[in-house]
Design a protein around this ligand. Sequence first.
Ligand code: CA
Length: 502
Amino acid sequence: MARPNIIFIMSDDHAAHAISAYGSRVNRTPNLDRIADEGMRMDAVYCTNSICSPSRATILTGTYSHVNGVSSIWTEFDYRVPTFIDVLQGSGYKTAMFGKWHLGEHGRSLPKGFDAWTIFPGQGDYVDPEMIDENGTVTVPGYATDIVTDLSIDWMDGLADDEPFCLMVHHKAPHRPWIPDEKHKHLYADGLIPEPETFFDDYETRSKAVRGVHMTIADDMGADDLKTEVPEHLRGPENREARMSWKYQIYMRDYLQCIQSIDDNVGRLLDHLEETGRAENTLIVYTSDQGFFLGDHGWFDKRLMFDQSLQMPMLVRWPTVIEAGSRCEATITNVDFAATFLDACGIDPSAELATSQGRSFLKLLRGETVEDWPDAMYYRYWEHDDPIHAAPAHYGIRTADHKLIYYYGAGLGVPGSSDLITEPEWELYDLNSDPAEVRNVADDPAYAEVRRGLEAKLAEYQDRYQDEPYVGPRTPRPEWGPYDFELFERVQQYVETVRSSS
Ligand code: CA
């Protein structure tokens, strides 16, 4: 059989609970649902560092942030770290990438391994965006989501029928500041979007670290986000709840309108694949770089290890391989994507991308059972010196039943933040009895044995991925800047370790 094509559609900050295939209470996404209906809905896919650039670097390289070096949105990607795109291109695949790159746009951080690429600088703009390609920067008229789809379709149309390809379609939407296009502005305007069950969370039992984040709809969502000022009668602490509800409707209206354009454009891409006869042998993925809080726990944004932020939606269609309407509940992370895509193309990832820490889940896509598949995932958030969000440094482990999180107290030195962490703190959630994650049982004696088991598993996973537990002293991280060469040395050490052990 001919080698399959891969189309990897990734949006930015699109939470699974805003996709109707995942049971959304707030919107309908008929075209994304098509992928699920005709393929597989993956229910336990998680990002290993819930923020834009790190997730992207992880997907390309199949490695954790501490290995690929992209630990925050301020670290640029270094072209010397091997990617699955390099491997595909080297094996005769045509490769392209359109849309949000967000891994740096100068010199060594530009996209590499792609036969064609056109990217937004940084976060990019929604309307008439600037875009960069090999010839420089131009302003492209139109709406970002339409433009990225147009570029993708045009590029596919220029390929010969028998040329296998890998196409990365990276939407800027629905990232902040949530600017919808004209044709979707009538949607969700009635102010009746349901609020989540944890909207008025009082954070009782939760860590001080979590209570101090600057991600609340009530107090941290500003006029730039809302495109309007908060009216006089909703200001002040006594009007907090009414203000939250008012802001939530505007926030969600704009966010969901942006998603509706993605849904339309995914439909356009699916139709084009059918019309050109490529649908059967194309593995098409829809995902997002991480999840997002949609008013859950009173928050917007991501970063924390709570499920709304941690989970990546992942819908996969590949008619010759995946059974229509199937489901997968195995625990998978974005570290596993690179190995899986290579495996799907008939390439041995352990030989051709030896630096990958991921494991191919191709068998799971085929509906096979894998007896020794990992029953947990390891997470670590590094961007704790960001004064805007004041999200604490933490790592943790998630199994199907429990989640253990360690806020290790490295939030020192956050300029402008009054929420400095002084002592390390733990959170433990029982995901069966408390799926909303509102009851921290870390110090509940009834969970002492569970906690011991999870702490052991956390240590095991840190060791497996060659990350190091935080032991202090609690010193601030180095200044943000371009690429962190100290981390790159660790990448090289890791490559050497892998090579010498294989
Ligand atoms: Ca993102």
